[in-house]
Design a protein around this ligand. Structure first.
Ligand code: 13P
Length: 252
């Protein structure tokens, strides 16, 4: 299962119940693309309705708290999103790290809580443009991953990494093929170091940041790119499933 390309839509703070028809369309189309694992992380309010209606795609959340319950007004725990039907959670997204002051230490506690609740985790990492320009992107991202991950027994099944350069998110800019290849190869060797040859090799590494139908085939065809974490282009079934189709073709 972990060898199929993984195409995940991060709907961010987009979507009311009117978007359920789009989720249904994605689910129907996913049934025709079984060589690809398709999933959506909608806002919390849509997790349960999509879980009930969608038979093919996986449903996940975009965040959770590290505590299982308690006096945390406005927060939600991993076990609550699992109860709503989520199978995975995106953690450590740069919009959480930057907009909500989430340190790698906090992210690590969230990863632990999510795994305990039986969720799979998509851990995000990525550098700013200034860090890349200074030539420090690779060590920065490797440090971020190391600091954000607890010990994981079955990393290949439980963990996915999403490399999302911050300057490529929502900007229409994407990293060059050479930069993506270099970063994904470095992340792979780190995963093997952390989890051993077998489990480290089984973790899929997604690319994210302005992935669109027009650039998906090129990005998804690169070595060590195991799928994509898609923001804006995941909001319509048409554009999202064009990306899934590109993933399927890259497997052929
Ligand atoms: P965009 O695809 O809109 O650039 O967003 C990427 C992202 O942040 C996915 O998590």
């Amino acid at each position: 299962m972990a060898d199929r390309p993984f195409i995940v839509g991060n709907w961010k703070m987009h979507g009311t119940r009117a978007m359920l028809s789009e989720a249904r369309a994605i689910d129907r189309a996913a049934q025709r693309h079984m060589k690809v694992e398709v999933a959506i992380a909608p806002p919390y309010t849509l997790i349960h309705p999509i879980h009930r209606e969608a038979g093919q795609i996986g449903v996940g959340a975009q965040n959770c708290h590290f505590a299982d319950e308690g006096a945390h007004t406005g927060d939600i725990s991993a076990s609550m999103i699992a109860d709503a039907g989520a199978k995975f959670v995106i953690l450590g997204h740069s919009e959480r790290r930057e907009g909500h002051g989430e340190t790698s230490e906090i992210v690590k506690a969230k990863v632990e809580a999510a795994l305990k609740a039986g969720l799979r985790v998509i851990l995000c990492c990525g550098e700013t443009e200034a860090t890349r320009d200074a030539g420090n992107a690779v060590p920065y991202v490797k440090d971020q991953i190391t600091a954000s991950l607890p010990k994981v027994d079955k990393a290949g099944d439980q963990l996915t990494i999403a490399y999302e350069p911050i300057w490529a998110i929502g900007t229409g800019k994407t990293a060059t093929s050479a930069d993506i290849q270099e970063m994904h190869a470095e992340i792979r060797s780190l995963l093997v170091e952390l989890f051993g040859a077998e489990e480290g090799a089984g973790v899929r590494i997604l690319y994210g940041g302005s992935v669109k139908p027009e650039n998906a085939a090129q990005i998804l065809g690169l070595p060590e790119v195991g799928g994509a974490l898609v923001g804006g282009a995941s909001l319509t079934a048409d554009s999202f499933m064009s990306i899934a189709l590109a993933a399927e073709s890259s497997e052929a």
